[in-house]
Design a protein around this ligand. Structure first.
Ligand code: SF4
Ligand code: SF4
Ligand code: FES
Length: 534
């Protein structure tokens, strides 16, 4: 392993890594625009120049591999001056847009100007080059050519990652600009990642533009619930739960405003698919269920009465592959293992890729988790439960329904659910939205949705990841694990409603989670078992 000295400190580095990568690994900050760890090296912005002992000129740290006994300095006056000059050059024709720019507050031009430049412009304002502003690259992404610094991250993303090549550099020299061919819009299923990778306000999200200033938002690390891949993301939501500030402007409404990719090299690198990124809109797609009319105490009484009269087997439950492991584990406890979760082809599809990048065909985040709990047993899924209910083998059920966050549940599923409820003597439906069919149930309970509860999902490869609560569920809605905690307490089992405590209990009983806890799961999840790593 080469030994490299950075700012006087000696580090061991992996052979073949570049100076900027080693600096990132050890926490030394080097400014950059064109370098992105998941897109590759370009070496064009000259922001990452560093001094290397023995080299006559400054070298681009993103394009220079480390060598044994290399001595690097990132903090000399010569380096600072080079970064200042690079910034002055990049800002020469930059518009004075910050007050109206969506990137303001998270713009790398602003940040590096404050950290490294701080110069006054030597270029007359009226002579700045004007270019096209705010035009659609595709249905979800807008380009402002004046703000672009030609780092080519977006070009290289469509060339190297999606391999769709929609974005190109047109013209040369001073006239060079980013654009698309007129008949080839940016409409691939992963198009919005270019907004994440653009370091400035040139590429913005059509969905998020002008909704809120970013400094009024708070980020909560979580994972996507849109399919069994479980991409890592950050949920940006109102900093205040509800109230205060200037309504409609300062994000005081307890809402999710956007999600952005969070880097996890083993799951999604830095990427999200567009459907998953926008899946938080499902929370507002239909009116939400808000109020509890019948208590869990009444539900427990009724279920107990049916158990006494018709036997244990007359009561069962249907969970959802979008419920957390914690909720499904408690459900299995209360319903004495008589729980299933399959409403469609989850088990057949959850490991199958939808394309060459990250999407998977099963649009549920926790199918592997439900399988780990053994919920794909003899009850035979929704259809099997409906048939058993029609034969009066099952008379009462708790049905937890979580609509798919990406796409639509099939009409057959909805039809089966209605038939199941009609066949039951007593039915409890806990669900997130005010669906008309659910009103046929004996008891209807409002359930917290994705982004409104904490827990774990197990992805297609067996990686256990934390999903976090970013916003509060509406009014009296509760996470399923809270309802299950209450039912268990009525039947005399003392259990904490804290998701981490439920996980600890589960880790003692379910082999797939042995030895794990929320600390060991952390921000990036646990490594999946080797034999399924792919
Ligand atoms: S649009 Fe953004 S990502 Fe693309 S080249 Fe310009 S600054 Fe870079
Ligand atoms: S690939 Fe799946 S998990 Fe990843 S962002 Fe898309 S829907 Fe979400
Ligand atoms: S980050 Fe190295 S030249 Fe741009």
């Amino acid at each position: 392993m080469p030994k490299v000295t950075i700012n006087g400190q000696v580090y061991e580095a992996e052979k073949g890594r570049t100076i900027i990568q080693v600096a990132d690994d050890v926490g030394v900050e080097i400014p950059r625009y064109c370098y992105h760890p998941d897109i590759g090296i370009e070496g064009s912005c000259r922001m990452c120049l560093v001094e290397v002992k023995g080299a006559p000129k400054l070298v681009p740290s993103c394009a220079t591999p480390v060598a044994d006994n290399m001595e690097v300095r990132t903090n000399t006056e010569r380096v600072h001056q080079a970064v200042r000059y690079a910034m002055e050059f990049l800002l020469l024709h930059h518009p004075i847009d910050c007050p109206v720019c969506d990137q303001s507050g998270e713009c790398w031009l602003q940040d590096y100007y404050m950290a490294h430049a701080g110069h006054d412009s030597r270029y007359p304002l009226g002579q700045k080059t004007r270019r096209r502003k705010a035009f659609n690259l595709g249905p979800l992404v807008k380009l402002d050519q004046e703000r672009c610094i030609l780092c080519t991250r977006c070009v290289r993303y469509t060339r190297n990652v999606t391999k769709t090549n929609e974005i190109q550099v047109f013209n040369r020299g001073h006239n060079a600009e980013i654009g698309i061919f007129e008949d080839r819009p940016l409409n691939n299923p992963y198009s919005m990642n270019v907004v994440d990778v653009c370091p400035v306000g040139a590429l913005t999200s059509a969905d998020f533009r002008f909704k809120v200033r970013v400094w009024f938002l708070k980020g909560t690390d979580s994972v996507c619930g849109g399919c069994s891949t479980g991409c890592n993301l950050r949920i940006d939501h109102s900093a205040r739960a509800v109230g205060g500030g200037i309504p409609g402007y300062t994000a005081t409404d307890g809402k999710i405003y956007r999600t952005v990719g969070r880097r996890n090299v083993e799951v999604n690198k830095s990427w999200l698919c567009d459907e998953g990124r926008l899946s938080f809109h499902t929370l507002e797609r239909w009116p939400r269920l808000r109020h509890i009319k019948d208590s869990t105490a009444q539900v427990h009484e009724k279920l107990e009465a049916i158990r006494k009269q018709h036997g244990e087997d007359a009561v069962a439950a249907l969970g959802s592959a979008t419920n957390t492991n914690e909720a499904l584990f408690l459900m299995k406890k209360y319903f004495n293992e008589r729980v299933d979760f399959r409403i469609g082809k989850e088990v057949e599809l959850y490991q199958q890729k939808q394309d060459e990048l990250i999407r998977r065909l099963d649009k549920h985040p926790n199918t592997q988790g439900a399988i780990n709990l053994g919920l794909n047993g003899p009850l035979n899924g929704l259809r099997g439960l409906r048939e058993a209910a029609e034969k009066k083998q099952i008379r009462a059920m708790w049905i937890s329904f979580h609509p798919q966050l990406v796409g639509d549940d099939s009409p057959e599923t909805m039809n089966e659910l209605e038939r199941l409820i009609e066949a039951l003597e007593f039915s409890v439906v806990s669900t997130t939205h005010d669906f008309e069919w659910a009103h046929k149930a004996s008891v209807l309970l409002p359930m917290a949705a994705w982004g409104e509860e904490q827990g774990t999902y197990t992805n297609y490869a067996g990686r256990v990841q934390l999903t976090n609560r970013a916003v509060l569920p509406p009014h009296e809605a509760q996470p399923l694990h809270v309802y299950m905690t209450e039912l268990l307490q009525f039947s005399g089992v003392q259990v904490s409603p804290e998701p981490s405590a439920i996980f600890d209990w589960m880790s003692r009983e379910v082999p797939a989670y042995a030895g794990m806890d929320y600390d060991s799961i952390g921000l990036l999840g646990t490594a999946p078992p080797q034999e399924v790593l792919r």
